[in-house]
Design a protein around this ligand. Structure first.
Ligand SMILES: Cc1ncc(COP(=O)(O)O)c(C=O)c1O
Length: 400
């Protein structure tokens, strides 16, 4: 059992009378992350890389932030590019990889993902690449490997897909998809944004060549991080100034550099996961923390999923249980009213959920969801409590 008093005490923003179920949009930050940002700005916010002592201290703290981002992915040193957002990093990656490919080469995108991992690749069609669409199963919303197989051929260079859907919470088998893509000679670009807040990411085990996550959804600041394996990073074309060469590691994919004060706060996320595990009797590992987080989330999501699955005026999207194939990101179509009508009615009860297409725009087009203003999404993370889920269900009861 997760000690929720301990967990919630780590997040100052939870001291509010709002019950927050908009966490897939962004989690609230850890108190220790806020402290590290403030401390950096108050004590050593000078330019990096100079010889004077204060600059050395600033450089040390930013380097520790980069190292923390690597630890969150299980990546090696120098394998992670920190950037402003996952959307921006996908575009930087697309521009950096395009010169490695020839006109007529192919990329595969899905119709399920957040647009961040579709548009950046689709637009390469304007430069002579062929784009193929991998459509999700219309019943389960899974990306089936049987449907990927006919899209792969000797010209496929990249398969872009999400580890977890930010709308239906469906988790994909990254390992199986990566193996298939690699057998065809293609790379995989995995959007882990909706997965990373809930489960441990280990890029080596997953076989992901590129893996991105948004740190503001993993209890940190408004930043994102992209794992790129060393060999691939060495080949990718620099997106930085001409004198910052191809051998300059992550920096070559960080034009304008990173936000120093936010990067310096990233060790706070790793510290928290380690302390969470230790607090519950573990050895103080990120893996241990996520085992506990996953178990708690499965437990708290169960009543909501059961409630919506049986509700006569709601159509739940995706699986009705949280298991290895589902995260606790829960969307449904209200029947008899528009999605946009539901959340505002819940505001009075101070229960925060939201409606819309959540940038899974193509998915909503395919399944005719825009006509109803999209879906209502209630997304939870491990700091949500069973009592909060009860409050959420009561609030839905009053408005559905
Ligand atoms: C699955 C998924 N991918 C990508 C993004 C975009 O992330 P960012 O805001 O860091 O660009 C989001 C944001 O909600 C998302 O949910």
């Amino acid at each position: 059992m997760l000690d929720l008093d301990f967990v919630r005490a780590q997040f100052p923003a939870l001291e509010t009378d709002w019950t927050l179920f908009d966490n897939a949009g962004g989690s609230v930050p850890l108190g220790r992350v806020c402290d590290l940002v403030q401390d950096y700005m108050r004590t050593c916010m000078v330019q990096l890389g100079a010889s004077y002592g204060l600059s050395e201290e600033a450089s040390r703290r930013v380097a520790a932030g980069n190292r923390a981002a690597e630890e969150l992915f299980g990546s090696g040193e120098g394998d992670v590019v920190v950037g402003g957002s996952s959307s921006a990093l996908a575009r930087i990656a697309a521009a950096a990889l395009r010169p490695l490919w020839s006109d007529g080469d192919e990329v595969v995108v899905t119709d399920l993902d957040h647009e961040a991992n579709i548009g950046a690749w689709r637009e390469l069609a304007e430069t002579g690449l062929v784009v193929r669409e991998w459509r999700c199963d219309p019943e389960t919303f899974q990306l089936r490997t049987e449907d990927l197989a006919p899209l792969l051929n000797e010209r496929t260079r990249l398969v872009a897909f999400s580890h977890c859907s930010n709308l239906v919470g469906e988790i994909q088998d990254v390992q199986a998809i990566s193996n298939m893509a690699h057998d065809a000679g293609a790379l995989v670009y995995v959007d882990g944004v909706a997965y990373a807040p809930h489960r441990r990411v280990d890029v080596d085990e997953l076989g992901a060549d590129l893996y991105v996550a948004s740190l503001y959804k993993v209890y940190g600041p408004h930043l994102a991080a992209l794992h790129v394996g060393k060999e691939l990073l060495a080949m990718a074309k620099s997106q930085n100034h001409f004198f910052i060469g191809n051998d300059e590691g992550p920096y070559k994919l960080q034009p304008g550099n990173v936000n120093h004060e936010l990067t310096a706060s990233l060790p706070g996320i790793v510290d928290y996961f380690e302390e969470l595990d230790r607090h519950h009797g573990g050895r103080g590992t990120i893996d241990g923390a996520f085992d506990r987080i996953t178990a708690h989330e499965s437990e708290i999501a169960a009543p909501l999923l059961a409630y919506l699955d049986e509700h006569p005026r709601a159509r739940l999207l995706g699986r009705p249980v949280v298991d290895e194939l589902r995260a606790p990101t829960v969307s449904f179509v209200p029947l008899g009213q528009r999605a946009s009508e539901v959340p505002p009615k819940m505001d009075a009860q101070k229960v925060a959920v939201r409606w819309g297409h959540f940038y899974a725009h193509r998915f909503c087009s395919r399944f005719g969801l825009h006509e109803n203003d999209g879906v209502v999404r209630a997304s939870m993370v491990h700091y949500n409590s069973p009592e909060e889920v009860d409050r959420l269900i009561q609030a839905f009861d009053a408005v559905l």
